[in-house]
Design a protein around this ligand. Structure first.
Ligand SMILES: Cc1ncc(COP(=O)(O)O)c(C=O)c1O
Length: 391
């Protein structure tokens, strides 16, 4: 076999690996050697997919519902998502504007493919979900990362858009609540940002993947405020369905035919079994299970947040949603990556260093995920206390 190195496109070379994957791999290695690891690095719910959803998936499989669906998704699922907007938010979103996708990752890819020409810029918050930069780059765009801090709740604010928007800006992308910070963008700011994008001839994209996991504050969908925005959502987080690879996007009606052509060509359709399961995810009996789990996430946050503050982490803005706490660790270490590594090796607690989310002060932050029971979080805190005492 040839030893020559296969040539890959430059975009592949430019992608940074997720450090959390390294941490996870090392944690697994330690576990295989018999070490007990407290996981506070994992960005997916620890709850299994609710039973009604699993049963619906099995029923679809047994009935042989295994053909392609239309590229925009099963009509019944698009209708059910539309109904969900009405019952949850009191907002009318016609099924014709709803596009079913392969997770919100598929939706982000489609949104970028639909909106970006080569050389166009997209404004993103740093820290932010790291894959967004790659979606933009893959479509030939240029991610314009804007450093954000506690003064705007670690989120893009209207003044950031005003100062960063240039002629070749196609869009601004915000996630509310955000990964890694769990913070929200207020309704007023969302409306103002939609207006700025509109006035400049661009688009506001809002990633609402952590909706449903909001513990206080006003988290209405941006669709209540504007209908010329792109909204990204998913069955992964609130619906506890990460592995099913199902999400959706809401786009302005005039864009849907073009997006239909893109999705037909890029991936044909979202997984059929997952779409049938998704129908059951939106039923009231399932939503009751999910809302109880969301209350459990809130209880975990309410436990962990004061504990981390007590230990010396700086968390100036209360994270109102998702399952993350983005914690300043400058009082405890000069290097968050080394801190995360040492915490894993010496205290057997896995967390994610700030460098996974951008380069803005990344060495001063770590992310805690409370995707673990309160008992395990308590054990994690005990270990961190002992670790810090030894420093
Ligand atoms: C902010 C944000 N957007 C999108 C995704 C992608 O999720 P999925 O493709 O499973 O819907 C994630 C996953 O962690 C995320 O945190």
């Amino acid at each position: 076999m040839s030893k020559a190195r296969q040539r890959l496109a430059r975009r592949v070379e430019e992608i940074q690996p997720f450090h959390v994957m390294e941490i996870l791999a090392r944690a697994k290695e330690l576990e295989e050697r018999g070490q007990d690891i407290v996981h506070m690095e994992i960005g997916e719910p620890d709850f299994p997919t609710p039973d009604p959803v699993r049963r619906a998936g099995i029923a679809a499989l047994e009935k042989g519902e295994l053909f392609y669906t239309p590229a925009l998704g099963l009509p019944a699922l698009r209708q059910a998502i539309s109904d969900f907007y009405r019952t949850r938010y009191g907002v009318e979103v016609p099924p014709a504007r709803i596009i079913v996708t392969t997770g919100s990752s598929g939706a982000l890819m489609l949104a970028c493919a639909a909106l970006i020409n080569a050389g166009d810029e997209v404004i993103l918050a740093d820290p932010g979900y790291p894959a967004n930069r790659q979606f933009v780059r893959t479509m030939g765009g240029v991610p314009r990362s804007v450093p954000v801090d506690e003064s705007s709740a670690y989120q893009l604010a209207p003044h950031h858009l005003e100062s960063s928007w240039v002629d070749r800006t196609a869009a601004a992308l915000v996630a509310s609540p955000s990964n890694p910070t769990g913070t929200l963008v207020s309704t007023e700011r969302l409306a103002a940002m939609a207006e700025i994008a509109r006035a400049r001839g661009g688009t506001l994209i809002v990633d609402e993947i952590y909706h449903g996991l909001v513990y206080e504050g006003d988290a209405t969908t941006v669709l209540a405020l504007a209908d010329d925005v792109f909204v990204i959502n998913s069955f992964s987080k609130y619906f506890n369905m990460t592995g099913w690879r199902l999400g959706w996007m809401v786009a302005p009606e005039s864009c849907v035919a073009g997006i239909d052509r893109l999705s037909q060509n890029l991936y044909l359709a979202a997984p059929t079994i997952a779409q049938y399961a998704g129908l059951a995810a939106l039923r009231p009996d399932t939503l009751a299970i999910l809302d109880a789990r969301a209350r459990e996430f809130k209880a975990r946050r309410d436990y962990l947040l004061p504990e981390l503050r007590r230990l010396g982490f700086d968390i100036p803005v209360t994270p109102q949603g998702a399952f993350y706490i983005y914690a300043g660790c400058a009082r405890l270490t000069r290097d968050s990556f080394a801190f995360a590594r040492d915490l894993l090796e010496q205290a057997h607690v896995a967390i994610t260093p700030g460098s996974d989310f951008g380069s803005n002060q990344a060495d001063k932050y770590v992310r805690f995920a409370y995707t673990n029971s309160i008992e395990r979080l308590k054990e994690g805190v005990r270990r961190i206390v002992r670790f810090l005492q030894k420093q």
